[in-house]
Design a protein around this ligand. Structure first.
Ligand SMILES: Cc1cc2nc3c(=O)[nH]c(=O)nc-3n(C[C@H](O)[C@H](O)[C@H](O)COP(=O)(O)OP(=O)(O)OC[C@H]3O[C@@H](n4cnc5c(N)ncnc54)[C@H](O)[C@@H]3O)c2cc1C
Length: 431
């Protein structure tokens, strides 16, 4: 294989396909290189596609055109202990009408669709091709080599190869090692369940969907659970901070199995049939984890650039990846017009990203990843919430304490008042 393109995108995930789509629509001859047999084959996520302003701009009918599952109208959080749970849920009327706030999707279908849109716009999709190096000529980026298949040439590359991005490493834009404190690993089970059973069990009608987060379900390992309804299946997952998982000596799959056996969760999935397990890494270091975004002849996008916003309230990755792909494409189109693929010539990528919600949100929640390293969030606070709520509703036939006293009693017992104040201040500063 040996061919020249005006740009090469490495990785056909949401970042890569959005970049290829943008450049192809502007008339560039672009190669989109993917290691899987089809885009999305190797990709998984929890399950919630948040609003996609960048794609909605390209496709005004995005929400009808893309292969989406249920729109999420109900969002909840459950605090769990081994024997109790306390949940809060919002069911928002605004989430039940277009433009919808978010959908569940399956990556193999969604990623394939987005890559197909790039191909329809004129990009060349090259699958089953693992890019294993960056090719340099006279010290300048001149293309990529593909494992066992030769080389492709182009004056500019988009690294969209995901969280471990060997391409950004090879180009010297990020370090070869990771700080485990900035990395998370997610494991997910997909459970088959008839649509009517899902609708009835979770109180859903039409194409409505339900998303729920869980805190206190990870046996003290820093992390949390997530649950999403698809049309006729359920996605149930756990995400762990890598450093915490490593020191715990526990395995993700044992923790996931234990999570599925917890009475509160077992009730949700009862009658379902386990279809598959999957796992993937997540860059959760936030703003402080972002590597060099631009080099001579290369830009770094999506998870490869750690553009993932995990605040503890939401995990946003696909929307940020896609937006970064679109602006990377725009910057490369401008660089072609100027004939300048140097770092300066591609600098507009960084500028466009900094002006967008992507970097602004990551900056806004810069402290959140540090706050989430507080072990008390994962055990003591769920215990506090459950203990307090249980006390509120417990009738003992003796005079009642007022609610403040009840709360302080639970807080003293479970967390300590000093810790409560310090953690409250930290949460206020982070969120
Ligand atoms: C468990 C879990 C739950 C998540 N939940 C959510 C959620 O609910 N909502 C949300 O918005 N985000 C979520 N995310 C984050 C989201 O999945 C990522 O932020 C997003 O997929 C990043 O897109 P990307 O295109 O940058 O990278 P990826 O989606 O990882 O795509 C990279 C692509 O590059 C290909 N590739 C890699 N190396 C090479 C190579 N050398 N040569 C050729 N091809 C290569 C891969 O096969 C892949 O197709 C979650 C992630 C995980 C792991």
């Amino acid at each position: 294989m040996s061919k020249s393109y005006q740009a090469i995108v490495i990785g056909a995930g949401p970042a890569g396909s959005s970049a290829a789509l943008t450049m192809a629509r502007a008339g560039l001859d672009v190669a989109l290189v993917e290691r899987g047999t089809f885009p999305g084959e190797k990709n998984m996520f929890g399950g919630l596609l948040h609003r996609m302003p960048s794609l909605e701009k390209i496709f005004p009918d995005f929400w009808e055109r893309a292969p989406l599952e249920r729109h999420i109208v109900k969002k909840g959080v459950t605090f769990m202990t081994g024997h109790s749970s306390f949940s809060t849920t919002i069911e928002a009327g605004n989430f039940d009408r277009p433009p919808y706030n978010g959908y569940t999707v399956f990556r193999p279908r969604f990623d394939r669709w987005l890559a197909d849109e790039a191909v329809a716009a004129g990009a060349t999709l090259i699958t089953r091709s693992m890019v294993d190096d960056v090719v340099l000529k006279n010290g300048k980026i001149a293309g990529v080599s593909i494992l066992g298949r030769g080389q492709l040439s182009a004056p500019v590359l988009v690294a969209a190869d995901g969280v471990l991005s060997f391409i950004a490493q090879k180009a010297g834009l990020r370090k070869p090692t990771f700080d485990p404190a900035q990395m998370a690993v997610g494991v997910k089970a997909l459970i088959d369940m008839p649509r009517e059973m899902i609708d009835e069990r979770f109180g859903l009608v039409r194409d409505q969907g339900f998303a729920n987060e869980f805190v206190g379900c990870t046996e003290g390992v820093r992390g949390g659970g997530c649950f999403y309804t698809n049309y006729d299946s359920l996605s149930l997952g756990l995400v762990f901070h890598l450093a915490s998982l490593r020191t715990s000596g526990k395995t993700p799959y044992d923790l996931l199995n234990a999570f599925m056996e917890q009475p509160q969760v077992a009730k949700m999935i009862r009658g379902g049939k386990l279809l598959e397990y999957s796992a993937h890494m997540i860059p959760e270091g936030g703003y402080d984890m972002i590597p060099e975004l631009v080099g001579d002849g290369i830009v770094v996008t999506g998870d490869a650039a750690a553009l993932c916003n995990a605040t503890g309230l939401n995990l946003e990755g696909i929307n940020l990846a896609s937006h970064s792909g679109v602006v990377a494409g725009e910057a490369i189109v401008a660089a072609h017009q100027a004939g300048d693929f140097s770092r300066q010539g591609l600098e507009s990528y960084k500028k466009l990203l900094e002006e967008s919600y992507v970097i602004q949100d990551l900056k806004q929640f810069r402290k959140a990843p540090h706050m989430l390293h507080n072990n008390r969030i994962y055990q003591e606070y769920p215990e506090l919430m459950c203990d307090f709520m249980e006390k509120i509703y417990c009738i003992e036939g003796s005079p009642k304490s007022n609610v403040t006293k009840l709360f302080l009693k639970s807080a003293r017992k479970k967390v300590g008042l000093g810790n409560l104040l310090a953690d409250g201040f930290s949460a206020w500063r982070s969120l």
